[in-house]
Design a protein around this ligand. Structure first.
Ligand code: CO
Length: 220
């Protein structure tokens, strides 16, 4: 890739934006009020704003290998904290994607060095759902199902955080699990039944002893 082309592209983009809206960048510089926190994969094919058709300023974005939310990862935890407590987003999206190299790597026996502890989080998702996954004989379908189950588990990791639990009591904060299908370009809502999921786990993960556990009366 010719890196200098990127600066030419940038100049063209600035001109295009200003020709439509002369105050575009001065308005952007006033601050951000995104309503969505998007947590996705670093995969170059899976963009955030472009696949959602949204503009700069509309989504706070965190991307890493295989859209993970490990509870000891300072980066992911800081992003969630800032988005929920300060930006006060009302939607948190975990978006996985089919054909995810990170998920595929976690299905193989191989030593990938520094990636081992990261990918072990996905192996743990496999272990948690081993009976369901092992019953899927078609390898591609099993791989796709692990992508979906990984999204579900990362949504649960989002809900495990204290700031999300607190925000859920104070406002309508919704967690969404999505998958992007690279093969078709389509965004798929997994329609995860969070009420059912939370009924089973909040007894364990509920963090604030002074607040009663919120009744499972709505989607999170
Ligand atoms: Co990926």
């Amino acid at each position: 890739m010719d890196i200098s082309q990127i600066f030419k592209n940038n100049q063209d983009w600035v001109q295009k934006k200003l020709s439509v809206e002369p105050n575009y960048f001065s308005d952007l510089s006033k601050g951000q009020t995104p309503d969505i926190l998007y947590i996705g994969c670093s995969d170059s094919r899976v963009t955030a704003e472009e696949l959602m058709g949204i503009a700069p300023g509309q989504a706070f974005v965190h991307r890493n290998i295989a859209n993970m939310v490990p509870n000891t990862d300072l980066s992911a935890m800081s992003v969630i904290n800032y988005a929920v407590q300060h930006l006060k987003v009302n939607h948190i999206v975990v978006c996985g994607h089919y054909y995810c190299g990170g998920v595929q790597a976690a299905m193989k026996s191989q030593d990938l060095g520094i990636l081992n502890p990261w990918l072990r989080n996905i192996r743990d998702v496999y272990r948690t759902h081993q009976a369901e996954l092992d019953a899927i004989k078609d390898e591609e379908l099993r791989y796709k199902r692990l992508v979906e189950l990984n999204v579900e588990e990362q949504c649960i990791n989002v809900i495990k955080t204290a700031e999300v639990q607190k925000a859920r009591r104070e406002r309508d904060l919704t967690v969404h699990g999505w998958v992007f299908d690279v093969h078709t370009g389509k965004l798929i809502d997994l329609n995860i039944d969070f009420i059912k999921l939370l009924e089973n786990i909040m007894q364990i993960y509920h963090l604030d002893p002074n607040e009663p556990e919120k009744p499972a009366d709505k989607n999170v």
